[in-house]
Design a protein around this ligand. Structure first.
Ligand SMILES: C[S@@+](CC[C@H](N)C(=O)[O-])C[C@H]1O[C@@H](n2cnc3c(N)ncnc32)[C@H](O)[C@@H]1O
Length: 363
């Protein structure tokens, strides 16, 4: 295969020239040739060696094993790859067509090379972003776009979960696909509650984020009497509003719904929301337990109701957490309580992620 041979320092410039003109063989990396110069694989239709465009740089025929390239890292310069062998990212996360990758400090300076290789190799990725962790009370990821196809640097994207499309923007609002099984569990539990009550139910999701829990609930025909959803993050609320509207458009039954940008603990001050909820979702894992008491006034009285919440607790405190929630429930007039606190997954060496599920009747 014909290669353009350039000094190492000029590699980036020539890569850009080749890519812009579509003269680079995608799927093959840059190689180092004798004397430390770099060889860039040329597409057959690239101009011949005597063309002025090459500024006098030589062409050389080097055989390449095209089929050996399977992984994006195969596209990195081999010497560079060896030098930072243990630091290249081993995994990444896809949220719709947004690829998010955590970069070790040692290879951050090569983020463009990494992103270029990923875009070349991973056809489902439209934009490559560096992941700098989760920040603030809204639990939003701090992500910085590195490279995008067609210059589209927007992180707005759509994912499909449990058969429904959800619009999300990982740079603006929290979203994790890891709780999708829990969301399926919400639907099963909601149907059980509606069956018990023999009527459609009112569902409140005051920490809804972009609202991933709601499409499956809305899609269950006749399940919902009303949906109240909200979040404190205004960017999340915009997406939540669009996602709910799109679920409602697809459903063929009518129900009340309201979307709020409000602190969940303030909902109890609005008469519309007090004593109205049959199923309450509480997904604020670091603070769920502290917030619970302020949410109890939302629950409908003298009828079976259900609270499903998720929390992060010390493993050794699990029994104590359960006891304290039960105590709070009793103090707020709950009876016929059936409460479970179940570990779903580990969170850290000492902490676990749990699901709190409480069936009760508030008086
Ligand atoms: C862990 S996320 C869960 C989001 C969503 N339920 C999901 O599963 O994707 C918690 C959400 O609560 C919101 N939040 C934080 N504090 C809040 C508060 N006091 N009242 C309402 N929402 C709050 C955050 O903005 C975030 O979107």
């Amino acid at each position: 295969m014909r290669h353009l041979i350039v000094p190492s320092v000029d590699t980036q410039h020539w890569l850009e020239v080749l890519k812009t003109n579509n003269w680079l063989v995608s799927g093959l990396g840059v190689i180092t040739v004798e004397g430390g110069e770099k060889g860039l694989p040329l597409a057959e239709h690239a101009p011949q060696e005597d063309n002025l465009i090459w500024s006098g740089f030589a062409h050389q025929t080097i055989s390449r094993e095209v089929n050996k390239i399977k992984h994006w890292s195969d596209l990195l310069d081999r010497d560079l790859y060896q030098e930072f062998d243990q630091y290249w990212p081993r995994s990444y996360e896809m949220i719709g067509d947004v690829l998010i990758v955590r970069l070790e400090d040692e290879v951050k300076q090569y983020q463009n090379e990494i992103a270029r290789a990923m875009l070349d190799r991973i056809s489902s990725a439209r934009i490559i972003c560096a992941d700098n962790g989760v920040t603030g009370e809204f639990r939003v990821r701090d992500i910085s776009p590195i490279l995008a196809r067609d210059g589209n640097f927007s992180t707005l994207t759509t994912i499909r979960e449990n058969g429904h499309n959800i619009i999300i923007d990982p740079a603006k609002a929290y979203f994790s696909s890891r709780l999708s099984t829990e969301r399926e569990g919400n639907v099963i539990a909601a149907k059980e509650l509606a069956n018990l009550l023999n009527r459609p139910i009112t569902i409140s999701d005051p920490y809804a984020g972009v609202g991933p829990a709601l499409p499956s609930l809305i899609a269950a025909e006749g399940l919902v009497e009303a949906i109240f959803a909200g979040d404190l993050n205004p960017d999340a609320v915009k997406l939540l509003t669009d996602n709910i509207a799109s679920s409602i458009n697809k459903s063929n039954y009518a129900f009340d719904n309201q979307v709020m940008c409000m602190d969940a603990r303030e909902w109890r001050r609005d008469k519309k929301f007090t004593e109205s909820t049959d199923l309450l979702l509480v997904n604020l894992p670091h603070d769920t337990i502290e917030h619970l008491e302020d949410l109890f006034p939302l629950m409908r009285k003298e009828t079976k109701s259900l609270i499903r919440g998720w929390a992060i607790v010390e493993r050794q405190n699990l029994a104590r957490v359960r006891e304290s929630i039960e105590k709070q429930l009793i103090q707020h007039g709950a009876r016929a309580i059936s409460l479970t606190c179940k570990e779903i997954k580990g969170f850290s060496a000492s902490k676990i992620f749990i699901r709190i599920e409480s069936w009760q009747i508030f008086s």
